[in-house]
Design a protein around this ligand. Structure first.
Ligand SMILES: Cc1cc2nc3c(=O)[nH]c(=O)nc-3n(C[C@H](O)[C@H](O)[C@H](O)COP(=O)(O)OP(=O)(O)OC[C@H]3O[C@@H](n4cnc5c(N)ncnc54)[C@H](O)[C@@H]3O)c2cc1C
Length: 282
């Protein structure tokens, strides 16, 4: 038995496609009805309930999505099953009583090959693979864990960075929270989504956390990525290395981003934004 779960419908599909390639019975856990597994538990994705359902099925393999919440559930399931755990897997083969997996390491600069004894828990990212539709027995499961959703509110200004075509991304080199407005003006002028590095999102709160690009944030692949005052550490590069054209603005011509961009503008970030907006509007 293989169990597939994800809070994200698209990520559920890529996990289900991988499970189907192994030709075993598959149980799914998702928020909505998706017809890619033999049976499917539809839940409100209360973490305790998901951990319970997944563990109860006594699977030889659990495949979760790669969202932060999915990874939390995956780690808890692995602990409950006393199973081997590997997140962000890109390739998997079953070999006797083991799985051989490849996973991305060191912020995307290395590929590690691991053998996992069965049972095993892995997570996989969203992919292009589409699973085939199956006759699915749907089981509705009420959440009754320790965490209850009392109210849902849409985050203010939530953007889908993953599908943005142009991104203006700010780093510590913007200088202050007040200065971020200059980057916002530039982003508005060129129809871009505004994003940021980890310090300016998760740490200093200049932008909401869902705007973080990088290893522990969102992976983006816009046609144009404009990095303003971002040094270009590996954890940031891991999130934007698939961008088309990368333009960096930095006062330090030797910043690591210089080796990882198509054009480097050696300038002050605020002056650059003001000048660009003036020219675009003029
Ligand atoms: C486990 C782990 C996960 C992480 N995940 C992420 C992640 O997902 N995303 C992420 O971004 N980081 C992540 N980090 C943090 C990462 O290592 C770096 O600390 C971070 O990316 C640096 O952010 P920054 O480039 O904004 O700041 P800094 O490294 O401080 O760079 C600021 C840059 O701005 C330039 N600058 C300064 N003033 C100006 C000015 N006036 N005009 C022009 N340029 C100027 C400087 O020359 C410098 O290059 C992670 C770290 C760890 C350990």
């Amino acid at each position: 038995m293989i169990v597939v779960f994800s809070e994200d419908g698209e990520n559920f599909k890529s996990a289900a496609a991988l499970a189907q390639s192994l030709g075993e019975e598959i149980a799914g856990v998702a928020k909505q009805e998706l017809k890619f597994t033999n049976k499917l538990y539809v839940t409100d994705f209360d973490e305790d309930v998901v951990v319970d359902i997944v563990s109860k099925e006594s699977p030889t393999l659990v495949i979760g999505g790669d969202t932060k919440r999915d990874k939390t559930v995956a780690a808890r399931v692995a602990a409950r099953l006393r199973a081997a755990y590997a997140p962000s897997v890109v390739d998997l083969k079953s070999q006797g009583d083991r799985f051989v997996v490849k996973r991305i390491g060191y912020s995307g600069v290395a590929l590690a090959t691991l053998t996992l004894s069965k049972p095993a828990v892995i997570t996989v990212g969203k992919g292009d693979s589409s699973p085939k539709e199956m006759q699915t027995q749907v089981i509705r499961q009420e959440g009754k864990g320790r965490v209850r959703v009392v109210e849902r509110r849409e985050g203010k200004g939530t953007v889908d960075l993953g599908s943005a075509k142009i991104i203006v991304s700010v780093g510590r080199g913007m200088g202050s929270k007040e200065n971020v407005k200059y980057a916002q003006e530039l982003a508005d002028a060129i129809g871009a989504a505004l994003a940021g590095s980890r310090p300016v999102t998760a740490e200093m709160g200049w932008l909401p956390e869902d705007r973080q690009v990088g290893l522990s944030g969102t992976k983006v692949k816009p046609k144009l990525y404009l990095a303003l005052g971002i040094s270009g550490q590996p954890q940031h590069l891991a999130g934007m290395k698939d961008s088309g054209l990368v333009v960096a603005v930095n006062k330090d011509k030797n910043a690591p981003i210089a080796e990882n961009c198509d054009y480097l503008v050696v300038a002050d970030t605020v002056e650059f934004c003001q000048e660009m907006v003036k020219r675009l509007k003029g």
